[in-house]
Design a protein. Sequence first.
Length: 141
Amino acid sequence: MARFTTTISSRRSPAEAFAYMADFANAEEWDPSVTESTRTGGAPLGVGTAFAVVSKFGPRLVPLTYRIVRFEPDSVVVLEARSKGFVSTDTISIEPAGASSRVTYDATLAFSGLGRLADPLMQLVFNRVGRKAEARLREVL
């Protein structure tokens, strides 16, 4: 399983940081592997909200549907995308830090079957992309 985690100090309040991060349509602003991200449906954000995401894996563009599977306002949101061969899980936790907040982003990419053989290589790729996303998050948060 490939994993990237980081904690970022944000100038935004916990409510503002949560609202921005929980709306995964914003992912294309800060995640360099996301070329498109749109919210599907019109219901308010919460468990079950879905996002159509196109991610770049090497030279390939991979369409994914991320769904919110856990939603605790101003605190924790967990999004999951299932595809043939892997599960991508993004856990975003927000903690108050005075008037500001600390945002922890924890992303995992778990392959199944023979795809698990690619874990060491995917960890290297995940680290590189994760560091770029971290730098962008520091700017937008």
